[in-house]
Design a protein around this ligand. Structure first.
Ligand code: GRF
Length: 187
């Protein structure tokens, strides 16, 4: 039996991607796709010899599918990927495509979730969920608080961001291991 082959889609610094790079004994990162050529995550992945693709501008999703097929990808993790994905693509990957989001969903979907949670004096955290066409609305698989609302006033936004990322990395690591250990992958 072989390992699950993951593709991670990014747009930026790739700290969640790094959780895949840091544990290649258990997790097989087979492809990184970024919609920004300057994403720091690409540098991280290239340094480790991981195949990388850039899809800037209007993405050709058929081409993306072909690339995923070429690299024999089993599952996809969106780690800060800031591009709208077409419904057809999501349907094809249903049950095998996940996202990490910096809020306690269903609260604060969309952009600037941390800032909006702080503004609303709500608990701040992160969620791993399945991806469906509705943004940040798929099934919730893992969720954890990073900062309780009672502590918001004593922390800077930088510190809150930091704690959310720590929790995100923990959840991504946990979900990837959990999900792949419950599946079998034929050669
Ligand atoms: C993370 O906070 C993720 O939840 C959000 O985008 C950010 C990406 O961070 N969707 P990184 O590139 O993994 O450091």
């Amino acid at each position: 039996m072989r390992k699950c082959r993951w593709a991670v889609l990014i747009s930026g610094r790739g700290s969640n991607l790094a959780t895949f790079l840091d544990s290649q004994d258990e997790v097989q990162l087979a492809l990184v796709i970024s919609n920004k050529a300057e994403a720091y995550g690409l540098q991280r992945a290239r340094r480790m010899g991981i195949p990388c693709e850039v899809i800037e501008g209007k993405a050709n999703w058929q081409q993306v599918q072909a690339t995923l097929k070429h690299h024999r990808i089993d599952a996809i993790f969106l780690c800060g990927f800031m591009k709208i994905i077409p419904e057809e693509f999501l349907e094809f990957w249903q049950g095998r495509i996940f996202n990490i989001h910096p809020s306690l969903l269903p609260a604060f979907t969309g952009l600037k979730s941390i800032e909006r949670a702080v503004e609303a004096e709500a608990d701040v955290g992160a969620t791993v969920h399945g991806v469906i066409p509705e943004v940040d609305r798929g099934e919730i698989f893992l969720q954890k608080e990073a900062v309780n609302k009672s502590n918001l006033k004593i922390l800077s936004i930088e510190k809150i961001n930091f704690y959310v990322h720590v929790v995100e990395h923990e959840l991504v690591r946990k979900w990837v291991r959990h999900w792949q250990s419950n599946m079998t992958f034929s050669s």
